[in-house]
Design a binder for this molecule. Structure first.
Ligand code: ARG
Length: 457
């Protein structure tokens, strides 16, 4: 069926009808479509295209349609390709002549951009709210576990001792940066496209400023051609979503490792794990694995959008219809993933003794040993060599640095005194680290207080 098929002899090939229908996807935009149409109708009345009575009929019709869709009684058909056509066709059924005037000065090209911008404005705020929820969970856990210590890793090898809270705050800060990316994306989204028409605006004297105010946008788009060709705002939202997912995926990977029997640093909440159909003992970290897996799909949403845009001639092309699936998928996934991760952080239990043991039973204090010598005047490169030699000796003899007799240490350097043993204890390092941003107990406490204020806690 061609609702405005005046130019065509026959109908559309049924295969194309099915191929080109987006209604199964874009019906999710019905609220935004109706909100946009109401604002457009209000403006058309203001400029004299609609009478007051016509506008009222349209607003009432749109309200009824919204109810029909929400209640499930609205009839969707593949013959009407998208949500815009469905709502307009139904409105005309209901209101006749008045409904036929609604599309004055408007094209689906600016309409679809409007709907997506309205949708993203709301969703980006939801994502930000969920992100703040996760930040709170991380901060609270960091405060609760502030005494717990663990090895920090590089190359997944024990590197230097850190407070577990410093580790959690590391992820906290990565995610906190994502708020700025969301804010940036929101600024790109927050622009009114309506009034650009198909690509060139209109001879009808549309009052775009009136519509902007009505719909609560900060700005009006500046060029009609750019406006209908533009999906940068979707790319920006998808990029923000992708970086969040990458952050969540890295955190997931850590937690999955920490929950293995090999590490045994944490145990995950039962509600977020599943069992095995065969192995009775299994407790699998499915929630975290799914966050990691779904990250792949959100990244592909971003690449899909960029690839769709890459070769498009200015301005609107039907290719753009493919923008919605990646947008809906990414937005939904990132929102849920953030909430699930917050539950995971809240519910995880630390196995302090194992973390502490891993920090104790390692050669990590070699760093502090080298710093000890450096503070006594030995050039750092030389001190690095001495501490390295101490590690080699310990390895040969199967002991730890703290077990070396002072006499043996003195053979490596006369600068060693008895106080070195205290200096290289893991907890001493955590008390003594000074530089801003260091992994230290004091640093962590300062940061927690500041971040509580930032989150309004
Ligand atoms: N369903 C279309 C989309 O999502 C709406 C715009 C259609 N415009 C057009 N000129 N065919 O992109």
């Amino acid at each position: 069926m061609k609702p405005w098929g005046g130019r065509f002899k026959g109908g559309t090939d049924p295969l194309l009808e099915r191929f080109s229908a987006s209604i199964d996807v874009d019906r999710q935009l019905y609220r935004q479509d109706i909100e946009g149409s109401k604002a457009h109708a209000g403006m058309l009345e203001k400029i004299g295209v609609l009478t007051y009575v016509e506008k009222k009929k349209i607003l009432k019709g749109l309200d009824e349609i919204e109810k029909e869709i929400t209640s499930g009684s609205f009839v969707f058909t593949a013959a009407l390709e998208d949500i815009h056509m469905h709502i307009e066709a139904r409105l005309i059924e209901k209101t006749g002549e008045a409904g036929k005037k609604l599309h004055t000065g408007r094209s689906r090209n600016d309409q679809v951009s409007l709907d997506m911008r309205l949708f993203l404005k709301e969703e980006l705020c939801t994502i930000d709210r969920n992100l703040v929820g996760l930040l709170m969970a991380l901060l609270m856990k960091a405060e609760k576990e502030k005494k717990v210590i663990m090895p920090g890793y590089t190359h997944l090898q024990r590197a230097q001792v850190v407070p577990f809270s410093h580790y959690l705050l590391g992820h906290y800060y990565a995610l906190k940066r994502d708020r700025l990316r969301l804010e940036g994306a929101l600024a790109m989204v927050d622009v009114l496209p309506l009034g650009s028409g198909a690509l060139a605006g209109s001879t009808i004297p549309l009052d775009r400023e009136w519509v902007r105010k009505k719909l609560g946008f900060s700005r009006i788009s500046e060029n009609s051609m750019d406006t209908v060709a533009d999906r940068d705002f979707v790319v920006d939202a998808l990029y923000a979503a992708s970086v969040i997912m990458v952050h969540l995926s890295r955190l997931s990977e850590d937690l999955i490792l920490f929950a293995t029997q090999e590490f045994s640093f944490i145990s995950l909440p039962d509600e977020l794990c599943t069992g095995s159909s065969l192995m009775p003992h299994k407790k699998n970290p499915d929630a975290l694995e799914l966050i990691r897996g779904k990250t792949g799909r959100v990244l592909s949403d971003l690449f899909a959008m960029l690839t769709i845009l890459k070769g498009l001639p200015f301005t609107y092309n039907r290719d753009l219809q493919e923008d919605k699936e990646p947008m809906f998928h990414a937005v939904r996934t990132v929102s849920d993933a953030l909430s699930i991760m917050a539950l995971c952080i809240e519910g995880l239990k630390t196995r302090k003794e194992n973390m502490e043991k891993a920090a104790e039973e390692s050669f990590m204090p070699a760093v502090e040993m080298a710093e000890y010598l450096t503070l006594k005047g030995m050039p750092f490169r030389e001190a690095h060599g001495v501490a390295g030699a101490a590690v080699r000796l310990c390895e040969d003899e199967g002991k730890l640095l703290g077990d070396m007799p002072l006499k043996q240490l003195k053979e490596l350097s006369p600068l060693f005194e008895r106080d070195v043993f205290d200096y290289i204890k893991p907890r001493s390092a955590l008390r003594m680290r000074r530089s801003v941003g260091s992994a230290s107990f004091e640093g962590v406490m300062k940061v927690i207080d500041g971040e509580k204020k930032y989150l309004g806690l």
